[in-house]
Design a protein around this ligand. Sequence first.
Ligand code: G4P
Length: 532
Amino acid sequence: MSSSGDWAASEAARRRTFAVISHPDAGKSTLTEALALHAQAITEAGAVHGKAGRRGVASDWMEMEKARGISVTSAVLQFAHRGCVLNLLDTPGHADFSEDTYRVLAAVDCAVMLIDAAKGLEEQTRKLFDVCRHRGIPVITFVNKWDRPGREALELMDEIEREFRLKPTPVVWPIGDAGYLRGLIDVRQPGQMLRYTRAPGGAHKAVEAPVPGQRAVLEDEADWSKAVEELDLLRVDGAVHDQEAFLTGRATPVFFGAAISNIGVRLLLDAIVDLAPPPGPRELESGGARPVDAPFSGLVFKVQANMDPAHRDRIAFMRVCSGIFERGMTVTRAASGKPFATKYAHSVFGQDRSMVDIAYPGDVVGLVNATALRVGDTLYAEQAAVFPPMPTFAPEYFAVARPADLSRSKQFRRGIAQLDEEGVVQVLVSDLRGDQAPVLAAVGPMQFDVVTARMAGEFSSPVKLEMLPYHLARATDTAGAEALNRSRIVQGEALTRIRDKAQLALFPDRWQAGSFEREFPEARLDHLIAAH
Ligand code: G4P
């Protein structure tokens, strides 16, 4: 019998933990459903998607979720494909875009960048890609909606290369322009076309059939020749898949398809199995790394609080990083050195929670009653480990918070401090306003709704929020803070973060930040994205 280290390593080797990064409406939920349809779903954890009326909208823990029909909670979908276990972590988008969206990326080994063929790279995709790049997460690209008119394939390749300094290396190439899809070429089998036809009986899964190149030429010479020429051009330009370049974030293998008709989805799924990396050693704060066959360790990447207001419930989402997690085991919380009992570990989030008995590196476990756990926490057994702290992300929304009822200011301060510690929002102190009226900073506006709901419900201190007209934060130094005070052209504020004392300069937009920089070249303004 193999040791538990070998067991963990062999289970890790067949896991792929990934997220889809995209802009709203690119087709993330359609793709998720298509992937699950092709693969064999093991568990469907919570909501696949956060749109009302769609299948799988699971969480209605908070009233505001009900009101808006969106899910606050990241969902995890686990499915099997060709002997591998795939963990797909949802990255909340739309109005629920928040720091949690970014934090999910701390728990994945790969990302699928989903692009709308007609729109190319869009804002949220760019933001999420920046985080992937910063964290060294390899990215597979899927160009979606090729069944309807869109841009030229080569033009999209150019855009990726130019804007992301990322070499697109097509593994699959479309035959026919967007909107006139004849089939796909798998560049590893260049002599044939893959043709898709609707499945009989209205089933969703399109039937994929190989057609020899000679026949494809006869059927549609112009489209076939154009595709072959484009591929030649790309090959000459060095756009050939290189696993090393992909894993080190210099290149992205590219796929085309139409998630809605399941076109190209099987090829993407195969790529996740064949190209995406399995869980590997995880960097430790002290230097070095924790290999997957070491004793159990896990990283808490998200804490969802107050899911069940009656119980003050709190669930921590933990990714297993090394070893084997067994429900009931007592683990140590690195930050406090205190034991944490894992009696209530679940594999399913949302209302249909089900117990998880065992989990391996790459898997995500929901720990219920996790009041002691915080985002960024390391849990371990036997051999101590501490993973680097969760990065903070550049906030884009700012609001001054005040207690609605001044007689509750003690509860107000306690609540705000707690939410800050949990990472629900970032809490800043303004030199102008003092700590009686902290400035809350968020990546997405919905984080403020969570604050409002929890302050009223949990801390009995309703808050009044006054939105500030800033949308850009830069880290600055003393010279920068002084310049801000002197600046007449910019309505900026120098702020001091409570936790790490970094000075933040806030601007309404990047043009204002730009003119400030020109006026005060001595002031340092650093980007905050994923700053440690
Ligand atoms: P999201 O999660 O990224 O926000 O996107 P979602 O899957 O909800 O897809 C957004 C819209 O794009 C949906 O249309 C969906 O049907 C459509 N879509 C997704 N993939 C494809 C594709 O491959 N081809 C085409 N032509 N459309 C696609 P909708 O009208 O907004 O919603 P619905 O009424 O169809 O659900």
